[in-house]
Design a protein around this ligand. Structure first.
Ligand SMILES: Nc1nc2c(c(=O)[nH]1)N[C@H]1C(S)=C(S)[C@@H](COP(=O)(O)OP(=O)(O)OC[C@H]3O[C@@H](n4cnc5c(=O)[nH]c(N)nc54)[C@H](O)[C@@H]3O)O[C@H]1N2
Ligand SMILES: Nc1nc2c(c(=O)[nH]1)N[C@H]1C(S)=C(S)[C@@H](COP(=O)(O)OP(=O)(O)OC[C@H]3O[C@@H](n4cnc5c(=O)[nH]c(N)nc54)[C@H](O)[C@@H]3O)O[C@H]1N2
Ligand code: SF4
Ligand SMILES: [Mo]
Length: 692
């Protein structure tokens, strides 16, 4: 007879951190729904969370380590797998040194306790300058702007969604993404609530997204030009004397001088937003008692990513909305201590990449230069690579080149539950257990939540025989690279308990265990100046490094526009590259299409359903065309994370719905110089019909 019980667990699939109510029958999750009693998500669940059981039960999920033998991979025991890892890594380290190795850390690491606790010892033991992560195809510009403004790259203010009356959103589509750098379960519901209490939200996006459709207003913007729009707003705030003085802020006047060159009438043609609307936006933001500007990935993965991220907070600061209820505020997570209000500040460039001389940022180098480091001969050429929870072959720019570069490594090991486009190149694949068999605490996202709360989920099911906890996998790798014997069994719960006890609320892990629906810690509270880590103990609104980059922006004002540029797109039932193996999430019509405006379609002799050849500096691909007025003229949109039709993988469902890899087109040579972030939006492309 089947034994059925209910268990509660935080969903680890996106930043919204929803509580799930799982039905567990024997040793399987047979249903997942929203946890109605959860203090933060109140029962919200999206289609991805609802397929939690199918994802964890996926027959293609690896359950034992794989070692490459001949042209394929074979299952081996853990001891044998680690022996092969030692035999592959040790000689590289001993002969060529640490810098001949590289590590790439992918996105799911910010959703696991192993990632939060056991990666930094591994990176440290490896001792290489070649640390790469998904951060440089994502939010690194925000870390850099926060680093300079507030002294800490982790001090990221989030829009106080539940109390704001006016929200200006740039480059974010939470109706599909469920939000990012602003943890807000049921983000769409919270946006509708702004409208229900008489407020408004405005979306700035080159595409009329679902979020834009629900907005009070949608402004089309030319990709990559938000910095101009924001500078136009800043210019108006100064010109029309709309600045709200702020107690803890230095550099206001200097910002005003920089903004002089960016009058709305000057920037309007470049960004595509009418000058009058830029001016009135400034007035509305200044006049509203509670307003917030929120920028997300569309403002980061562009050539002026750091300047744009900075200008978002400049507008919030100048309008008096920094650190104010209903404006943007700093969350305070339970495992974090309150600060002292000053610190060493932030700097980059503590080391540089070997081939392109790109500066280190936040302990890492831009992933856009990983292929350079593998391909370019020299003493410290990268010969061995570790990947943990990453699929850079689909997720990083000019991935066709990276895919080829990986074949030139002398050794590669991947910690990953799937044999996919990246891990197929690995000599050893070490699969972590599925999330039902791991404890969960959101080290990353509780510090970004729009309301303070804490939640811990114990493992729902015990480890299967023959499997190894991900913390132990990482600890064993650390032992191998450091040449030390493996330590005792990893104890993530013990580390969490210690962090909670030392943290701002003095909680304990037992208290969190007693509250399976989470512990509410109240609305966000002002944290200035305590949150600051600048040497001055002030918000440095006009940091020299950012001011110096404004020349580059000014120069771009005179640049002729590209006639056709590529942007990305997310869909609610996708999650970057790795959830296309869940049948319920890929059923229905093909979503990996090239959207283009009817005028561009006519200009290129294309109609809906045709196949187009799309070509950029980096590469070329063929894709089905979808003609739609939802993208602006001159812009085409293709989602990322597809392209599952390569040999040597084990994702049968994904392989049957392959799509094409948009990062074949993105260009690894173009980055945001301050953050090293890749430019994944605004890629110049040419298109032409393919004769059928
Ligand atoms: N063109 C374009 N490219 C983009 C983006 C874009 O908007 N446009 N977005 C970028 C963004 S924001 C991101 S974050 C990156 C993501 O880039 P990556 O992190 O490199 O890619 P993912 O597709 O998230 O791959 C996650 C990998 O982790 C594995 N995995 C899943 N769960 C676990 C686990 O619990 N443990 C371990 N060890 N592995 C696990 C999966 O099998 C998969 O191989 O992509 C970026 N790439
Ligand atoms: N369903 C789903 N949810 C996800 C993910 C997923 O792959 N699928 N990925 C997760 C991850 S890792 C992340 S980082 C978050 C990202 O979360 P979001 O930042 O909300 O990501 P997107 O949905 O890609 O929305 C970005 C928007 O920016 C627009 N855009 C592109 N270029 C520009 C520009 O130059 N200016 C402006 N103003 N807009 C521009 C795009 O058209 C798009 O609508 O989503 C997370 N959640
Ligand atoms: S919104 Fe995100 S956290 Fe919530 S159920 Fe969906 S995938 Fe999970
Ligand atoms: Mo991301």
């Amino acid at each position: 007879m089947a034994a059925t019980r209910t268990a509660f667990r935080t969903c680890p699939l996106c930043e919204a951190a929803c509580g799930l109510e799982l039905t567990v029958t024997d040793d399987r999750v047979t249903a997942a729904r929203g946890d109605r009693e959860h203090v933060f998500s109140h029962g919200f669940v999206c289609p991805k969370g609802a397929t939690f059981g199918q994802l964890t039960d996926d027959p293609d999920r690896l359950r034992r380590p794989l070692v490459r033998r001949g042209s394929g991979h074979e299952e081996v025991s853990w001891d044998e797998a680690f022996d092969v890892v030692a035999a592959g890594l040790r000689p590289v380290l001993e002969t060529y040194g640490s810098h001949a190795t590289a590590i790439y850390l992918g996105n799911p690491n910010v959703h696991t306790m192993a990632g939060g606790l056991y990666l930094s010892p591994l990176v440290k033991a490896l001792g290489t300058r070649n640390v790469f992560s998904a951060s440089t195809v994502d939010q690194m510009p925000k870390h850099v702007s926060s680093g300079y403004l507030f002294g800490s790259p982790l001090a990221i203010p989030v829009p106080d969604l539940d109390r704001t009356d006016l929200l200006l959103m740039l480059g974010a589509n939470p109706w599909e993404s469920n939000g990012s750098l602003a943890t807000a379960a049921d983000f769409p519901g919270r946006l509708k609530a702004i409208q229900q209490r008489g407020g408004r939200f405005i979306v700035v996006d080159p595409r009329r997204t679902r979020t834009a459709e629900h907005a009070d207003e949608h402004l089309f913007i030319r990709p990559g030009t938000d910095a101009f729009l924001l500078f136009g707003i800043v210019h108006t705030l100064f010109a029309d004397h709309l600045i709200t003085p702020s107690e803890y802020v230095d550099g206001v006047e200097a910002v005003g001088e920089l903004a002089a060159a960016f009058a709305p009438a000057v920037v309007s043609a470049t960004c595509g937003v009418p000058a009058d609307r830029i001016r009135s936006l400034a007035h509305e933001l200044a006049a509203s008692p509670r307003a917030a500007v929120y920028g997300r990935i569309g403002t980061c993965t562009v050539e002026f990513g750091t300047l744009t991220s900075w200008l978002v907070d400049v507008v919030n600061t100048l309008t008096g909305n920094l650190d104010r209820p209903g404006g943007v505020m700093f969350p305070l997570a339970a495992h974090v201590r309150r600060g002292r209000g000053s610190g060493h500040g932030f700097r980059t460039g503590r080391w540089h990449s070997r081939v392109r001389g790109l500066p280190e940022v936040k302990g890492e180098l831009p992933v856009a230069t990983l292929a350079d480091e593998i391909e370019t001969p020299g003493d410290e050429q990268v010969r061995a690579l570790i990947t943990v929870a990453g699929n850079p072959v689909l997720s990083t720019p000019n991935s066709g080149r990276l895919d080829r570069a990986l074949t030139g490594l002398s050794f590669m090991v991947s910690v990953d539950p799937y044999l996919n486009e990246t891990t197929r190149h690995a000599d050893v694949v070490l699969p972590p257990p599925d999330p039902t068999r791991k404890g969960h605490y959101d080290f990353s996202f509780l510090g970004l939540a729009v309301r303070n709360f804490a939640a811990y989920s114990p493992p729902v099911l015990p480890l299967q025989p023959d499997s190894l906890d991900e913390c132990d996998i990482l600890a064993r790798l650390t032992a191998i690279v450091s040449g030390q014997p493996a330590a005792a069994k990893a104890d993530p719960e013990g580390l969490l308990d210690a962090a909670l006890r030392a943290g701002a609320y003095g909680l304990t892990l037992d208290q969190l265990r007693e509250n399976p629906h989470g512990v509410d810690l109240g609305p966000l509270e002002p944290r200035l100046p305590e949150v600051l880590r600048t040497p001055s103990g002030r918000v440095e609104l006009c940091p020299p490094a950012l001011a110096a980059d404004v020349d580059r922006l000014r120069a771009a004002l005179d640049r002729p526009a590209d006639s056709l540029v590529l942007i990305g797109r997310r869909h609610l039932r996708s999650n970057n590259s790795w959830m296309h193996n869940v049948p319920a999430l890929v059923k229905g019509r093909d979503r990996c299409t090239l959207q283009l405006h009817p005028a561009d379609a006519a200009r290129h002799d294309l109609t809906d359903g045709d196949t187009a050849q799309v070509t950029s500096r980096a590469g070329s691909l063929r894709v089905t065309v979808e003609v739609t007025g939802t993208v602006m003229p001159g812009v085409v949109s293709l989602p990322h994370g597809w392209g599952h039709d390569v040999p040597g993988t084990r994702q049968s469902v994904a392989a049957a719905h392959p799509g094409v890899n948009s990062n074949v087109l993105t260009d690894e040579t173009v980055i945001d110089p301050l953050s090293g972030n890749s430019v994944l939006n605004g890629i110049p492309v040419e298109i032409k019909p393919v004769a059928s």
